[in-house]
Design a protein around this ligand. Sequence first.
Ligand SMILES: [Zn+2]
Length: 122
Amino acid sequence: MSTDPAEVYRDGLAHGELRYQRCQWCFTRFANVSLLCATCGGPDFVWERSSGQGRIHALPRTTLAPDWQERTAVVELDEGFRMWAQLAPTPAHRIWQGAPVRLEVAETSDGSLRPLFRPSAA
Ligand SMILES: [Zn+2]
């Protein structure tokens, strides 16, 4: 496996996985690839694979958009880290703070992959 963090992350998405980094020293988990731990300043990370299950942690006001439009939200993964992410197009009544979501991988118009979260409540 490559050691280039951006490549490890992309490779994860290509396998339908969300990979994240955990600090080896203080165990803080990060969605974004970083060189130093924002909590303890440590330089050593290990890669872990998220279950892809989480909840909507926060919704910016601008998410009050028509149903067809993609919304952005702060998603908190079950592993305990948070990330900004797109939500799959979903009827507004299924999107609320605390709503369960699960990972999907979407392809952008330029062919790159990005994580997308689909509200999974019935
Ligand atoms: Zn740390």
